[in-house]
Design a protein around this ligand. Sequence first.
Ligand code: GDP
Ligand code: IMO
Ligand code: MG
Length: 459
Amino acid sequence: MRSKITPIIGLQWGDEGKGKGVARIASGLRTEDLIVRFQGGNNAGHTIWHKGKCYVFHLIPSGVFGQAQIHLGAGMVINPAALKGEAKTIPRNVSFLGRMSVSPHAVLTMPTHLILDSISEKTKGKKKIGSTGKGISPSYTDLTLRRALRVGDIFYNDFKNKYKTLCDEHKRTLRNDFGYKMTNQELRGKEKEFFEGVKFLRSIKSENSSGIVLRALSLGKKVIAEGAQGALLDVRFGHYPYVTSSHTISSGVGTGLGIPPSYIGGAIGILKAYTTKVGEGPFPTELGGKDSAIWCRDKKAIDEKTKFPKPNPNSKSDFEQGIALRHFGNEIGATTGRLRRTGWMDIPLLKYAIEMNNATELVLTKLDVLNGFKKIKVCISYVVNGKKINQIPFDLSRVDIKPIYKIFPGWKGELSDYGKKLPKEALQYVQFLEKTLGAKIIYVGTGVEEHHVVERYWR
Ligand code: GDP
Ligand code: IMO
Ligand code: MG
């Protein structure tokens, strides 16, 4: 019987713990099962702890330590040099190259895309998006401009000519639109790495995403689609323009892999026990509001450690509570090292994300980070321009929005003190979320390692 693909989707602004979630599921998969990425590029940073060591994956699916096949799908943008570098971080005794394939339709990120990304952000000044600087938006822009280089192009003799033509176009844009004259010297080292990356890419099996996925599904194999970013960063349904440039929601699995929508099953939605956001844009439940946004934009992790060596989770200052969340949750960007903005959980935003993704099962991560908080707040609705509403306004940044909170008591000690059970206060919080969000929480994350979970329902 044909199975359906299971999307694993972040329900907030990314960094929900998708990597750990995928690695955990992957450890139960067999050799003919499949884990695919369907969108995004190395803007993603998916952390997993394996045998006591920390790995961060940006392009390679997080199931690499399992046995399943892994595939970099058509909807992705791939920086070949970054891919080669990432492959080197995987221990030699883990054979994965023979299990890995890449779609010929995936777009290549060129060195000039990174420069375009950075210059475009710089010229926006205070209106910048806060991109990861990995060239993601310019790469997708070239796709819609119908001039992108794709993985399939690297196997043709005219590849270098095509590269040069597009590179010259980028140089023209930089000069004419941004007044930036790029020197050949600036590019030389990066181009060398790019072409070495391309050589590496040629050694990886190239396979159509639709073919490999549909074949696995028709054989009844398990297929997991590992989302990158989060639903609230979707290019259309996120808080535009503070979004990434791809479709991060589960329908992106269809266009990102070339499979019919009816083959996409219910998603597993990953959500953090609180909320974080990296980069600019509205964040209604941010602890410390604008002060936090500016602090996280302008300061580095070391500045924060020096000024707040032991932040108090129960401080009277919301701003300091936000710092405590960041400190306990190690909320430092896995890709860029930026401070992640922190705040309380936001139910209206989560409901929006759950509906859009058909998230039938949930994973609640990082509940342990709330150890020590005497009060845990959850936003259940908003007051917008003086009126109580439950729905998300079209543009969060153009309204005066104030969250309405429900307050839960924290628990004594640490979650790890309770073994594989949750203390009653934590259980109350989890059950409230399940009821309000209308989906089962299959397990709760209580630490960084794969086994740091409290199972609630067996899949
Ligand atoms: P992703 O982008 O969604 O894969 O998430 P990231 O890897 O960017 O960020 C999640 C961070 O939380 C990583 O540092 C993980 O190691 C960590 N993490 C994941 N689940 C848990 C958990 O349940 N508890 C704690 N304390 N950390 C977790
Ligand atoms: P994972 O997969 C968190 C954010 C950036 C910026 C916006 C646009 O680890 O959850 P981009 O470089 O994509 O043009 O940046 O999107 N962003 C992420 N935030 N986690 C991510 O990925 C992100 N990828 C992009 O911070 O606000
Ligand atoms: Mg991340």
